[in-house]
Design a protein around this ligand. Structure first.
Ligand code: FAD
Ligand code: NAP
Ligand code: KPC
Length: 528
């Protein structure tokens, strides 16, 4: 095992550390925080001026760095954490996917409790802290892979475990050293927004970052979730699936972002059926605690009057604030006064020449595809490629206990914009409602045979005149990957005929190909 010098910086250039060695050191650095040295991987033989210094080595900074390097440029990426990859593997997407997988597994086990091979689940409250501990222990694996890959396979230059200080638009200081570059790329990410009510500092009030860092007790029987979008729903469904009463306090409407009304209704009905209590039009008034500073209850206003919820666990998921303060102060970059996002043009340039901004720092959509892609486009612009990037018409998804994926238009907007909208859906409209065993596919087969209404929902929208696909919506499992590729085809102009002419891998989770084929023969298209 590599030993670390006791100085304030640790030069790792000549150490070909394995992934296992990296994970041990990252773990150590995370435990020791400030007493672990800054990690330097700078190529002393490469004396070229840096083409760009990336401040922030999350998805945006890391992918930008890799791309700039691949184009023959010289980059330096700096991160205050001891690993590259940023918030996604540390406290955001990766834990979310772990918790969402638990939610899906637990829904299945609870639905078939005491039958087949499933244990009796009725009395079981799953230990939440155990799963959080599992994540804390496991996350250094992905962290280590990111460092190994970035150093040994992508030959990136980096400084880790030290915050960067912006001096001017060509100069950055980190761990006592100063670096200069032609350009600076800001990839500083975002942080959770907090409720502005009394009691927010009580022990037991969490957001997605503190939930994985600070949870040190086993929450009791009730979870209160504040917020109504992806984070609130993803974590709320997990709390519910562990067996806790879960109350969602939603300021306006839950899951406004799902564009198709029928799909949204299916999603919310299933959440309610799993026992989730959803109160729309609710605002937290205050959070109260006991003498030891621990949360004991939440007081909220609702359309039916004031309510009081006894709880020792509150989770707030109110969106993100871009970390733009230092860039504003030191460089004077223009920001959106309402959201705090750094403003950029389609070349990812800020208002200050030579300063670029990428990822969550530039505002919504705060998604991985945009973080990584904007990083690479900034690199391409710096290397003088003619580029234009602004995120448009992307496929989207979230988790409930299910995966919910969509692209294009929902039915309501499609009908506003087109006069002859054809709908193909599963299950089709029928007198038994959802109670038929379709959709059926991997991971919903047990539901399809026994609890048909739980086996998912899907819908394809077509313009009957041009025969073009307008939108696709799916609730179930396993279709999300397909949506990435389907979206490209739909943007290029995919017809029902071309879709029906594809070769499906039966039982394919979205059934779209064979359903399209059943109707593609019609000159005048009809719903199915
Ligand atoms: P970050 O990854 O946050 O990187 C910013 C980096 O800057 C950090 O590493 C930080 O340490 C560093 N930094 C900040 N200041 C300094 C400084 N002064 N000096 C040095 N370093 C600094 N997206 C998806 O596509 N799929 C998902 O499933 C998904 N799940 C999510 C779940 C949750 C709960 C949340 C909150 C978000 C989720 N996202 C998901 C969004 C995704 O996590 C972000 O869009 C993405 O991580 C943003 O990458 P970034 O590089 O812009 O920022
Ligand atoms: P979000 O999409 O920005 O939604 C914020 C939610 O909080 C909304 O429901 C909003 O209500 C509510 N809210 C805001 N301020 C509030 C307040 N003061 N009091 C009460 N409610 C308030 O935020 P998010 O779900 O936290 O996600 C953050 C970002 O990460 C998003 O860009 C998201 O796309 C991304 N993310 C992605 C995934 C994924 O699975 N791909 C998962 C999680 C997060 P209103 O609707 O009334 O405004
Ligand atoms: C394990 C995994 O891919 C999630 S972490 C991704 C970080 S990065 O590759 O820098 O976007």
């Amino acid at each position: 095992m590599t030993t670390i010098a006791s100085e304030s910086t640790w030069d790792v250039r000549d150490l070909n550390m394995s992934i296992e060695e990296w994970s041990t050191h990252i773990d150590d650095a995370l435990q020791r925080e400030d007493s672990f040295p800054a990690i330097f991987n700078i190529d002393a033989d490469d004396t070229r001026e840096f083409d760009a210094i990336f401040i922030g080595g999350g998805a945006a900074g890391r992918f930008g760095s890799a791309y700039l390097r691949a184009l023959g440029g010289r980059q330096l990426v700096i991160d205050r954490w001891p690993f590259l990859g940023g918030s996604c593997p540390h406290n955001a997407c990766v834990p979310h996917h772990l918790f969402s997988e638990c939610a899906a597994e637990l829904m299945l086990a609870r639905t078939f409790s005491g039958r087949f091979w499933f244990p009796k689940m009725e009395e079981l409250t799953v230990n939440m802290r155990e799963i959080v501990d599992l994540f804390r222990k496991g996350r250094v694996g992905p962290h280590a892979i990111m460092n190994y890959q970035s150093k040994e396979q992508l030959s990136m230059e980096f400084v880790l475990n030290a915050a960067a200080k912006i001096i001017d638009k060509h100069t950055v200081e980190v761990a006592g050293r100063t670096f200069k570059a032609r350009n600076i790329v800001l990839g500083l990410g975002a942080r959770p927004q907090m409720l502005a009510v009394p009691g927010i500092d009580l022990k037991g009030v969490f957001d997605y970052t503190t939930f994985v860092e600070d949870l040190d007790y086993e929450p009791g029987g009730t979870a209160v979730v504040v917020g109504g979008s992806k984070t609130a729903v993803e974590y709320g469904c997990f709390f519910n699936a562990t067996g806790r009463r879960t109350v969602m306090l939603v300021r306006t409407k839950l899951l406004k972002l799902i564009p198709d009304g029928e799909t949204r209704a299916y999603v919310i009905d299933r959440m309610r059926e799993q026992g989730m209590e959803i109160i729309e039009g609710a605002e937290v008034i205050r959070i109260e605690g006991d003498g030891s500073g621990k949360v004991t209850r939440v007081i909220a206003s609702t359309p039916d009057g004031e309510i009081e919820i006894p709880t020792d666990f509150v989770f707030q998921a109110l969106g993100e604030i871009p970390n733009s303060e230092e860039a504003l102060e030191m460089l004077g970059v223009k920001i959106d006064p309402e959201t705090g996002a750094v403003l950029v043009n389609d070349k990812l340039e800020t208002s200050v020449p030579g300063v670029y901004a990428v990822g969550d720092l530039i505002g919504a959509p705060m998604e991985m595809f945009k973080a990584r892609k904007s990083g690479t486009y900034a690199a391409r612009a710096i290397m003088k490629e003619e580029i234009s990037y602004s995120p448009r018409d992307w496929p989207d998804f979230l988790h409930t206990h299910y995966e919910v994926s969509w692209l294009g238009l929902g039915e309501e907007e499609a009908r506003e914009r087109y006069s002859n909208v054809i709908v193909i859906k599963m299950p089709p409209d029928n007198p038994n409602g959802l109670n038929i065993g379709l959709p059926a596919s991997d991971r919903v087969m047990l539901y399809a045979m026994d609890q048909a209404h739980l086996s998912g929902f899907q819908k394809l929208l077509i313009d009957g005149d041009s025969r073009l696909i307008l939108g696709a919506h799916h609730v179930g499992y396993g279709a999300r990957d397909g949506f990435q590729y389907l979206n490209v085809l739909v943007k290029q102009g995919l017809t029902i005929d071309a879709l029906g002419d594809m070769d499906e891998l039966f039982l394919n989770p979205s059934h779209f190909i064979q359903l399209a084929r059943l109707r593609a023969g019609q000159n005048e298209l009809h719903d199915l």
